[in-house]
Design a protein. Structure first.
Length: 105
């Protein structure tokens, strides 16, 4: 009979616990994200009636601070157009339809 050593299991946890964000920081980031989305929604609501007839179900990428928008039937190309002008900017994507939703839930 062989004696086996008991194997000590490691405690599971975060790999890098020093990079854990406090709840206040997470709440602040969520608030900023919602504010950007609301600013972009205002631009979308203003431009959608003009564009929906000719470009139904195309993608529209909006830079919320300037109100600039880029449209294309392919989401990747619309985002590339936006990234050429705003390489580090925050962008919001909608679809030119009645709801502005890009996919199904």
């Amino acid at each position: 009979m062989t004696n086996t050593k008991p194997v000590r299991r490691r405690q599971q946890g975060r790999i890098f616990p020093e990079f854990t964000l406090p709840p206040e920081e997470l709440a602040r980031r969520a608030e900023e994200r919602n504010a950007r989305g609301q600013k972009a929604r205002v631009t979308f609501d203003r431009m959608c009636p003009q564009l929906i007839d000719e470009h139904y179900n195309w993608f529209i990428v909006i830079e919320p601070n300037s109100g600039d928008y880029f449209i294309d039937p392919d989401i990747e190309i619309a985002e590339q157009k936006a990234r050429q002008k705003y390489p580090t900017g925050w962008l919001v994507t909608f679809r030119l339809n009645e709801t502005g939703a890009c996919g199904r839930i």
